[in-house]
Design a protein around this ligand. Sequence first.
Ligand code: TXA
Ligand code: MG
Length: 318
Amino acid sequence: MQTQLLTDHRQAAEIIRHGGLVAFPTETVFGLGADATNSEAVAKLFLAKGRPGDNPLIVHLHDRSQLPAVAREVPSIALRLLDAFAPGPLTIVVPKHKSIVRSVTAGLDTVGVRIPDHELARAFLKAADLPIAAPSANRSGKPSGTTVEAVLEDLGGWIDAILIGGTSRIGLESTVVDCSCLPPRVLRPGAVTLEQLRSIVPDVEILNSAATTADNSPGLRHAHYRPAAEVRLVERASQVGLDSLSAYMGIEPIAAHRSLGLYRCFDSVDKYASELYETLRHADRLGIKTIYCQTVPAVGVGQALADRLRRAASTDFA
Ligand code: TXA
Ligand code: MG
């Protein structure tokens, strides 16, 4: 299959309406979209990503008017969170409507729903006029795609088209909040922080990684965000091995950085977050063996960044 690069969101929407697969930019990362009411399209999507069938997908909407078509009920807490953070990098998990096919939710009775804060994405979703299931646009286990180049690298030849125009400003995936239970709980940290969530719903819980199990957060069953190179976390730049097959990314500068194969020093945690995945991929393109990543304090978007760094470096599923 030849993967087309499209700038016209209406053409991209037509492909979705005919059961095809289209990658599209959002403010978090690129999504790989399929009609969430078409089980054949969803089956193709799982195949293209190499995604395990037990990991549910997020359904994307252009606005709240589509909610009754995807959710059986929307608890008032979920509505309050949508009032505060939608459109934006927030996914709410709510009881699923029967129109959403089983494979989208991996057999669960709940569905993750998100309204992206990205003009082109919403124009595309509106033109498709269907709920669109979209995981991050990458081969399963790899760092999420945040550029057209990354999406082509992983999915070129597997999908019908990539909608181009606009970037992934945030660079890390949405905050996932399970609103089907009380108190609601954060299943995946993202750019909407715990403090922000608690300013709206004070009792929101975040399960620490030790207590979060694959039963309540299916995404944890599998490896994520891993480049081919080994990722090592360091607290200080002085812990980095200085050689041409090593890379460094972090906030603290390294004086002797010329001996490194790749060096990225970011001037903010936000920038570090938004460039993380593309830098990991770039290191792989250069044949780097070890990527040293400086850890960050878990405040603001640092909560999500610290989580992704920990998983990129994890050897749990090696
Ligand atoms: O920012 C994002 O969320 C991006 C863009 C494309 O919107 N999407 C994304 O999708 O990151 P994906 O498939 O890579 O991650 C979805 C996460 C997984 O951890 C999955 O387990 C969780 O959301 N999830 C989806 N539906 C769920 C449900 N019904 N119950 C619990 N977790 C769910
Ligand atoms: Mg993903």
